[in-house]
Design a binder for this molecule. Sequence first.
Ligand code: PEP
Ligand code: MN
Length: 344
Amino acid sequence: MIIIMEPGVTQIQINNVIEHIHSLGMKTVVNSGVVQTVIAAIGESSKYSTEQFEALDGVRKAERIQVPFKLVSRDSHHNDTVITIRNTIKLGSNNPPVIIAGPCSVENEETLLAIAKVAKDAGAKILRGGAFKPRTGPRTFEGLGKLGLEYLDIARKETGLAVVTEIMDPRDLELVCEFTDILQIGARNMQNFTLLNEIGKTNKPVLLKRGLAATIEEWLLAAERIMDKGNDQIILCERGIRTFDNKYTRNTADIAAIPLIRKLSHLPIIFDPSHATGKWNLINPLSKAAIVAGAQGLIIEIHPNPEKAISDGPQTLNFKNFQQLMKELQVLSSVLAPINTVSK
Ligand code: PEP
Ligand code: MN
């Protein structure tokens, strides 16, 4: 931590700050400039808030040098983390992008199975589908619950695809863990600290979506909380954020977050072009943009009849458009392969 004093402070004020730092068990290095004095507090400064130092007389500003998200930071773990799902799927680092596809909501067994087969044949490795749906208004379809999980399990057994589904309530943890390979924490629950703490105590891979209006740091601190409880199997997912402009898109797709996360963290990052845009016809170009930017996977909503989907139809690809996108991604991956061997 660096403590910057106000210009013209007295030696007594400087000494008080130094004494305070020493009383907390830290060492100091003092740099006295012509106008201002800067004091470096060396030791376990992460235990203390910057505000605590800014409250001292004569202090203008206290700043951290280290990031607050230590465990997930690349500073603490240089190499990319690779998450292995069902012993076969490798997500992260320079492995080929993992495609996750499926309906927004699990609707019925027959449709889910049809979707799972198309997803698998096109090259997807993981089936998505919500059984517990976070809906903004009450009196809307909130998912099939346990029945939805059972359908996902049938699709998983029939196709061999892994499954990811959202969990909203820590009380459902045991049930959801039984039926899924990856626990999805939705945007609305990114800061549901009870849920993060409980998932952190499991060893299930987690798909942690960025909150609706979460900063990069808040998002990484949510991942830090899960890892702090012991679960290091975390995949981050950029799914668009709220900005001033929502006339033509549902959210603003923050593509810059992808290379940024890869620089700041060792965790893998994937992109959700469905929720990031809210528009099916933006999914293809945004998927490709995300892969070029370094996304290590995509999660895409697909349905045989998007216009009839119970939720999120406008941001859902039909089978034909999904198959076309998968072909184009294949071409893109081969073009990118030699480039991706260079570390990000
Ligand atoms: C979803 O994946 O269907 C979903 C609700 O996503 P998000 O939490 O990103 O809105
Ligand atoms: Mn959805």
